[in-house]
Design a protein around this ligand. Structure first.
Ligand code: ATP
Ligand code: ZN
Length: 301
């Protein structure tokens, strides 16, 4: 089965069996990075037009724009084939779908916080107390694991005000910088879960859709690998080449191009960005000059 086929008027169209329905957050903290990911993968679609559904013009995919809370359910039911959602929301939803790929963006943590004036020692302080949260399942699992019996007070938003209005002794909520906690007079005391955006998929994808998903994953990996690497060019005197090459080994081995100036060469290599910064002083003191660091768009081993 081909992902594309010609229709009656001889125009190339995606084979409908292989079209992957992708659920994305319509607008929120996952949206921008999700949209950017597809763009970087060369998959074109219209977003921000207010439409709830759109098709890609150059990849067998359809996009549904939803509230993040609905994504896992749609993927479980097969209304969408895959989706991008925060792991916190996915686990909390208790929906049955596969975490196929961890995307590394929208990182945040789920933490317990108490009023700043409270003299907190450990989680056992919550024995017999109550905690307000929108994440009763994740919090419940954590308390159970710690053997603490506390009352979980489920509320759907503005969790931070619960202690000040006497609703609960503590809160359990998403934290990224901690400024919301601070402005509500709270301090973070326990981290119970670390989350990032995950790509989830329906457990029973057809072979045709699975093939499309694999094509998508291949592109995502190429884009993400590239983001950690840089293309490095530098000039070096020929008698220092080997020393410098040892510091920037590259994917297979560096390219050496002679310069017009006698006794000098240009070295081209691909390097993990961290490795570059760690070696930069040594590279320079070995005599390298005119060092250029260039971003790589896609990288395939
Ligand atoms: P929706 O309107 O779709 O229901 P929402 O208001 O429930 O959206 P957002 O605030 O957009 O949700 O957050 C979506 C997800 O992004 C969260 O479930 C979490 O995984 C992640 N997230 C939350 N807060 C942050 C943050 N401050 N920084 C980074 N990621 C975050
Ligand atoms: Zn939501």
């Amino acid at each position: 089965l081909q992902p594309y086929q010609r229709n009656k008027t001889n125009i190339i169209m995606p084979n409908t069996d292989s079209i992957l329905r992708i659920a994305l957050q319509k607008s929120g903290r996952l949206s921008e990075d999700s949209f950017r990911l597809f763009k970087e993968c060369g998959i074109k679609f219209e977003s921000g037009t207010g439409k709830l559904k759109t098709s890609s013009s150059n990849f067998p995919a359809e996009f549904l724009f939803l509230r993040d809370d609905d994504i896992a359910g749609y993927v479980e039911d097969g209304v969408a084939d895959i989706g991008i959602v925060g792991e916190n929301v996915f686990i909390e939803s208790n929906r049955k779908a596969e975490i196929t790929y961890r995307l590394g963006f929208s990182k945040c943590r789920l933490s317990i916080a108490v009023p700043r004036g409270v003299d907190y020692k450990n989680i056992e302080d919550f024995q017999g107390k109550s905690i307000a949260t929108s994440y009763p399942r994740l919090l419940g699992n954590y308390l159970k694991e710690k053997g603490v019996k506390a009352d979980i007070h489920e509320i759907s938003g503005s969790v931070e005000i619960a202690p000040s209005i006497g609703l609960a002794e503590g809160v359990c909520d998403i934290v990224s910088s901690g400024s919301t906690l601070l402005s509500n007079g709270l301090k973070e005391v326990e981290t119970i879960f670390r989350s990032e955006a995950v790509l989830i998929s329906n457990k029973k994808l057809s072979k045709a859709k699975h093939d499309t998903l694999n094509k998508l994953l291949f592109r995502i990996k190429a884009v993400q690998t590239a983001q950690n690497y840089k293309y490095i060019l530098l000039n070096a005197p020929n008698d220092k080449l080997q020393e410098i090459i040892n510091m920037i080994p590259g994917m297979k081995s560096p390219t050496i191009v002679p310069l017009a100036m006698e006794g000098w060469s240009s070295i081209h290599s691909v390097l993990e960005e961290n490795q570059f910064w760690e070696n930069i002083e040594a590279i320079r003191s070995a005599g390298a000059e005119g060092i250029l660091v260039i971003p790589i768009e896609k990288m395939i081993y």
